[in-house]
Design a protein around this ligand. Structure first.
Ligand code: GUN
Length: 300
C-alpha cells in the first residue's frame, strides 16, 4: 500500500501562523541575529529563508553576511556584542564555518539564554541527560512531525543514519529521550540494510542521494528523510521516494517534508527564548534600522 505522505509544508505553515498571531500580541518583538560566514551556496539559501520567515511572522531580525576571511576573533567579537544587545533574543551561527574558525569555540561563546540552535555545550548536556531545553531545530522538527501524525515513539526501534552534531546525534538522543530503542548508523557501519530493515522509524540524514532503497525498509515503517541534495538541478532526499513510498507506512517528501519544519522550529525557539528572558525584552518596539556599529550587517 502507498505510504501516508507526511506534509511538512502544511504543518510548518500552521506553526508559522500560530507564531505570527502570538507575536502580534506582544508589546515588543523577539529578535533573531543570524550570522553567515563565507560563500557556501546552500547556507546562503538557508539563511535567506530564515530571514524571510522572521519578516513574515513579525520577528525582528538582523543578518550578518561576513566574508570567508573573517577571523575567529572578529566573529567572537560580533557574538559578544550580540550577547549584550537587548533587541536580540536568539543568535544563530550558520554551520558549517570556514575551516580556520573553531565551531566549538564559537558555539560556546553564544550566551546560553540566546542559544536558539541548542548547540551550546550546556544545552547539549541537557539533551544528553534527558532534560531538553533549547534543542536543535531539524531534530525538533522531525519529532514534531511524528507527534503531529500521532506516530508512537515509545518502545519503537528507531534507526538513524548519520551522526552529525546538527542532526544525527541530537535526533537519536531525542528519540531515546522518548523511549525508543535507538541505533545510530554512519559511514563506517557494516551492512547498513541489516539495521535499517529492523527500523519502525527510520531517520535518514546522510547527505547521500537515494541511499535508502525499498529493499532496506521494513513494510509499514515510518521513513523521515532529512537529506537535501541537488541532482541534475532537482532537489532530492537521501531516500528513493519512488520505491520506498510504496512500502513504507509514512514518508516525508523532499522538498516539503522536514525542510520547512527546521525554519518553523527556529522561529518557535526564538519566541521561547524571548519569553524565557523577560528582562531582555524592550518596552518599545525596536527600530529595524538602528546602527549596531557592525559594517557587514545587512538588513532588508
Ligand atoms: N547548518 C545546517 N543546519 C543548521 C542549523 O539548523 N543551524 C545552524 N546554525 N546551522 C545549520
Amino acid at each position: 500500500m502507498a505510504a501516508v505522505i507526511i506534509d511538512g509544508k502544511t504543518v510548518a505553515e500552521k506553526i508559522r501562523a500560530r507564531i505570527k498571531a502570538e507575536v502580534a500580541k506582544l508589546k515588543s518583538k523577539p529578535g533573531l541575529a543570524a550570522i553567515l560566514v563565507g560563500e557556501n551556496p546552500a547556507s546562503k539559501v538557508y539563511v535567506d529563508i530564515k530571514r524571510k520567515t522572521c519578516d513574515e511572522v513579525g520577528i525582528y531580525s538582523e543578518l550578518y553576511k561576513l566574508p570567508d576571511s573573517t577571523t575567529e576573533k572578529e566573529l567572537l567579537q560580533l557574538i559578544g556584542k550580540l550577547n549584550e544587545n537587548k533587541k536580540i533574543h536568539a543568535i544563530l551561527v550558520q554551520m558549517p564555518l570556514p575551516k580556520h574558525i573553531s565551531e566549538e569555540k564559537i558555539l560556546a561563546a553564544i550566551a546560553l539564554e540566546k542559544d536558539v540552535d541548542g548547540f551550546s555545550p550546556e544545552n547539549i548536556g541537557k539533551l544528553v541527560s534527558g532534560k531538553e531545553a533549547s534543542v536543535p531545530c531539524t531534530p525538533k522538527g522531525v519529532i514534531r512531525l511524528l507527534e503531529e501524525y500521532k506516530i508512537e515513539i515509545l518502545g519503537k526501534n528507531a534507526v538513524v543514519i548519520g551522526r552529525s552534531n546538527i542532526v544525527g546525534k541530537p535526533v537519536a538522543l531525542m528519540l531515546l529521550n522518548r523511549d525508543a530503542t535507538v541505533t545510530v548508523c554512519h559511514s563506517k557501519t557494516t551492512d547498513l540494510a541489516k539495521h535499517t530493515r529492523n527500523a519502525d522509524i527510520l531517520v535518514v540524514a546522510a547527505g547521500k542521494p537515494k541511499l535508502v532503497t525499498a529493499d532496506m525498509v521494513k513494510e509499514g515503517a515510518v521513513v523521515i528523510d532529512v537529506g537535501i541534495n541537488r541532482v541534475d538541478g532537482k532537489l532530492v532526499g537521501d531516500v528513493d521516494f519512488e520505491t520506498v513510498s510504496r512500502k513504507a507506512g509514512y514518508i516525508t517528501p523532499v522538498p516539503k517534508g522536514v525542510g520547512p519544519m527546521t525554519v518553523a522550529m527556529l522561529i518557535e525557539n526564538t519566541l521561547d527564548l524571548f519569553r524565557k528572558n523577560p528582562s531582555r525584552q524592550l518596552s518599545t518596539g525596536p527600530s529595524r534600522n538602528s546602527d549596531l556599529g557592525v559594517n557587514q550587517k545587512t538588513e532588508n
